[in-house]
Design a protein around this ligand. Structure first.
Ligand SMILES: Cc1cc2nc3c(=O)[nH]c(=O)nc-3n(C[C@H](O)[C@H](O)[C@H](O)COP(=O)(O)OP(=O)(O)OC[C@H]3O[C@@H](n4cnc5c(N)ncnc54)[C@H](O)[C@@H]3O)c2cc1C
Length: 413
């Protein structure tokens, strides 16, 4: 098998189709999505239906449920391309839409899919097909990077039920979610907070005691609504604990180094795949900014010549191209590991996320600079992409946390 150095013809055909969809369906709505109050879900549903992503996910779900044969590495690879390629294209115009879709289908949908068969059928399947909108809530006002350590949200057992309390913030899709994964700690009144078992519960919109805020105002990613969640004495049965009774097994959290195989591990695995997909978002932003900047540098005349002839502008364009190649190659490497039935290590995924996020922010800001005053205005959308790119350095683990993860891994070897 040849090592991947570019997209295949069939990938390029798919890219052309996605581009056409984005131009027809997303670009005309961009003003309302980015500066109005239009939630992204209807156009996202149109997207998943147009490209059969809902059916693909349903088939995959049914195949897994029926205990079908393990998918081949080649299929895993093709599915990964089908997921990542559209992310790149949509991110050229509205990266927030990818965040909203990814959190609903991948984070929330997959987290619930790992639960009991009943939970998967009732709550995960409608998220995997985007019939319903999902949120995945771990961050709290006092626990962000130290998500598990500082977590204050609790579940207290009361007979066959649990009583949930806590508040979450910065939650993607929080304001509109039909289904929310609420991550909290089992409070048995004895175990110290840092050692408590982490559990995930499924909440429905409108449950008594569960409040979803209006969207928060923020710097960018306006097409991805972000909100707060307030959970006050919400009573739930075992049917809403992801994994059911099994999630409570595992004995003393201290001796087992936390609840191995439990919500902590599931949340960590979620972080790893989320980090890997971040490169696709970054690549879309970089490709678009580079294309706009090159075009502008060719046509903008100052001092009697195109600004592209000034070395200081050329330096920026060349830097953007280097970043584009690096991020694309990292993405290809990720896809190649899939094709070989392997996966990136946690440190490699972190390195890819760190580099891609920084590169997207730098490239987008350089594009603003190349365009001068026009870059700062909204018309060319590079200012929007610069605001959008910045969050790649913050969510799914900040730059500082990625650096720490990589260094720890290097020092452990
Ligand atoms: C648009 C958006 C969408 C989001 N969506 C979701 C979502 O859907 N679900 C969800 O649960 N969360 C979500 N988040 C939350 C996001 O994951 C957190 O913001 C992120 O993990 C950082 O946490 P924090 O904001 O509390 O910052 P903090 O952890 O308070 O960090 C503040 C600063 O201190 C640094 N820092 C912290 N610890 C260390 C350390 N050990 N070493 C060095 N530096 C350190 C950080 O890197 C950062 O620079 C979202 C955030 C945003 C902005």
């Amino acid at each position: 098998m040849a090592t991947m150095i570019g997209w295949s013809d069939s990938h390029l055909e798919m890219r052309a189709a996605v581009r056409q969809f984005v131009e027809r369906e997303i670009v005309p709505l961009r003003e309302e999505l980015e500066h109005g109050n239009l939630p992204p879900y209807d156009v996202l549903r149109k997207y998943v239906r147009t490209f059969g992503i809902d059916e693909m996910n349903r088939d995959r779900y049914e195949h897994e449920r029926a205990g079908g044969a393990r998918v081949s590495n080649e299929d895993r690879f093709e599915r990964a391309v089908m997921t990542l390629m559209p992310m790149i294209e949509i991110c050229k115009h509205s990266p927030g839409m990818v965040t909203a879709m990814g959190v609903s289908m991948n984070l929330a949908g997959n987290a619930i899919k790992k639960g009991t068969p009943e939970q998967a059928e009732r709550w995960a399947l409608p998220l995997l097909t985007l019939e319903k909108v999902g949120a995945w809530a771990i961050t709290e006002p006092d626990s962000g990077s130290d998500a598990f350590g500082g977590m204050r949200s609790t579940a207290v057992r009361d007979g066959d039920e649990f009583v949930l309390n806590g508040s979450k913030t910065f939650i993607t899709n929080g304001p509109y979610a039909d289904t929310t994964v609420f991550i909290c700690k089992l409070d048995d009144g004895v175990t110290p907070s840092r050692e408590r078992k982490v559990l995930s519960f499924i909440l429905d919109r409108g449950m008594p005691g569960f409040e979803q805020s209006a969207p928060l105002r923020k710097m960018g990613m306006h097409s991805s609504p972000t909100g707060q969640l307030f959970v006050t004495d919400v009573r739930v049965g075992m049917d809403r604990l992801i994994g059911g009774e099994k999630a409570l097994d595992g004995g003393d959290a201290k001796q087992t180094g936390g609840d191995k195989g439990g919500a902590r591990d599931a949340a960590r695995a979620t972080f790893a795949s989320e980090r890997a997909s971040m490169a696709a978002q970054a690549l879309g932003i970089i490709e678009q900014c580079l294309s706009v900047a090159v075009d502008y540098a060719r046509n903008r005349i100052q001092f009697g010549k195109p600004i592209g002839e000034f070395q200081l502008i050329q330096n920026k364009l060349a830097g953007m191209e280097v970043a584009r190649m690096n991020v694309e190659n990292m993405l290809f490497r990720y896809l190649e590991t899939m094709r070989e039935g392997k996966s990136l290590s946690f440190a490699e995924a972190s390195a890819m996320k760190l580099y891609s996020a920084r590169a997207a922010t730098e490239v987008a800001l350089d594009a603003v600079q190349v365009l001068g005053g026009n870059g700062y205005m909204a018309e060319y959308h590079v200012e929007q992409l610069a605001r959008d790119a910045k969050v790649l350095q913050i969510y799914a683990g900040t730059d500082e946390l990625q650096i720490t993860a990589i260094a720890k891994d290097l020092l452990r070897r």
